[in-house]
Design a protein around this ligand. Structure first.
Ligand SMILES: Cc1ncc(COP(=O)(O)O)c(C=O)c1O
Length: 385
């Protein structure tokens, strides 16, 4: 499978989670779109490109089970969350209920707007390991107050790599009349996503991670009743357009000035790639392989799994707490000496090491990681017991 990708041969690549990796055939498709753009830039950017965008939007909507009219392309989930948060009329004292497991850039976005508005970003302290969904929900909802207006939560967390019970949270939030915003950066192409069933008010996901498209391709899905709330983050020709399409939502947000949007257009090719290679089966095998080696990974780190070791919480990423005061140095050593690409991340006051298991990975590679960690423990002081 590694031959299908552009990845360097001599690296044990265990960090698919950060930025994905693009198979050759999808990357070739990307370049073909760019050629087409450069052959007739005016026709492409002003006219034909929109037709192609709509084809990509339909294909994506079909894959994630939603209506294409409720979907816009954004370069990345960070952009999407900024677009939402800037537009929500949050007031002094309003509370946004979230967790302590969110992605750092999203925390920064909320902190930025809370500072401006006087609202409060409440990060419920989810103690790890999670022992059950019921317990998680109880701890999460104990952060609710009569000031809570918005729920913000990751579907799959970043540094801890855990699937969170967002469906249950969206259902309960609905009953309490709260707005739900789900950060699904890691979800499309990784675990089943059905936006129609999930019923989040706002949902963003990256295509450039587990769907394997080139970087800078993501989406934002917004329920109809919230679309009017969203002013464009970047005001351009789509605002009060002279030539409006049938969707103000699309006009406002899709054109942000001249840029290359070829990455979005590769989505149909990425879906075709996944179909051709029976990706659902491939992904399921990765999940099983991950669970089979995970116990040894936690053992070498003298750590407990962050949740019960099953597919309710784990998909193709497995993260463990690691005792080190120099995560950057450890990551560098793993890369330079052992040729292993793996993130060692600070999160709040802890450090996590997370391996991804993609189609081209083998359990032997994880065993090699474990042996390397053993050696580092023996030979250096970088990992404490
Ligand atoms: C949970 C989560 N949310 C959001 C992001 C942000 O993605 P991007 O940098 O593509 O906006 C990431 C990136 O890894 C993530 O893990």
């Amino acid at each position: 499978m590694k031959n299908l990708f552009l990845l360097q041969d001599d690296i044990t690549f265990l960090n698919f989670g950060s930025f994905g990796a693009c198979p050759k055939i999808i990357f070739d498709d990307y370049i073909q779109w760019q050629y087409l753009l450069e052959k007739e830039p005016v026709q492409f950017i002003k006219k034909d490109g929109y037709h192609y965008l709509n084809i990509a939007r339909e294909a994506l909507a079909n894959y994630i089970h939603c209506t294409s009219a409720d979907l816009i392309f954004v370069p990345n989930p960070t952009f999407a969350i900024n677009l939402i948060v800037k537009n929500l009329a949050i007031k002094p004292g309003d509370e946004i209920l979230s967790t302590n497991l969110e992605y750092g850039a999203m925390d920064k976005t909320w902190n930025f707007y809370c500072k401006k508005t006087g609202a409060k970003y409440i990060q419920q302290d989810i103690k790890l390991p999670i022992s059950s969904t019921e317990e998680f929900l109880e701890i999460f909802w104990s952060g609710y107050s009569d000031k809570t207006k918005i729920i913000f939560i990751s579907h799959i967390t970043s540094s801890t790599g855990l699937i969170l019970p967002v469906k249950e949270i969206c259902e309960e939030a609905k009953k309490r009349g709260l707005i739900t915003i789900v950060d699904g950066a890691h979800v499309p192409g990784h675990i089943e996503l059905n936006l129609h069933e999930l019923q989040a008010d706002f949902y963003t996901g990256a295509c450039h991670k587990w769907m394997m498209t080139p970087k800078g391709s993501s989406f934002l899905h917004v329920k109809k009743e919230f679309q009017n709330l969203l002013e464009p983050l970047i005001v351009s020709w789509g605002y009060e357009s002279d030539t409006p399409s049938d969707s103000t939502f699309f006009d406002y947000h899709q054109f942000n000035g001249t840029r290359d949007f070829s990455a979005y257009l590769t989505i149909p090719k990425a879906l075709e790639f996944m179909e051709k290679h029976n990706w659902e089966k491939v992904s399921n095998q990765c999940k099983l392989n991950l669970l089979s080696v995970a116990p040894q990974f936690f053992e070498v780190l003298n750590a407990k799994p962050l949740a019960p070791l099953n597919q309710t919480y784990f998909a193709q990423m497995c993260s463990s707490e690691i005792k080190t005061s120099e995560p950057e140095k450890l990551q560098q050593l793993l890369f330079e000496k052992y040729k292993i690409e793996i993130p060692v991340m600070r999160h709040l006051n802890k450090v996590y090491i997370r391996f991804s298991f993609q189609a081209f990975n083998s359990t032997n590679e994880i065993i090699y990681l474990i042996e390397s960690l053993h050696k580092i423990k023996k030979e250096t002081r970088l990992i404490e017991n």
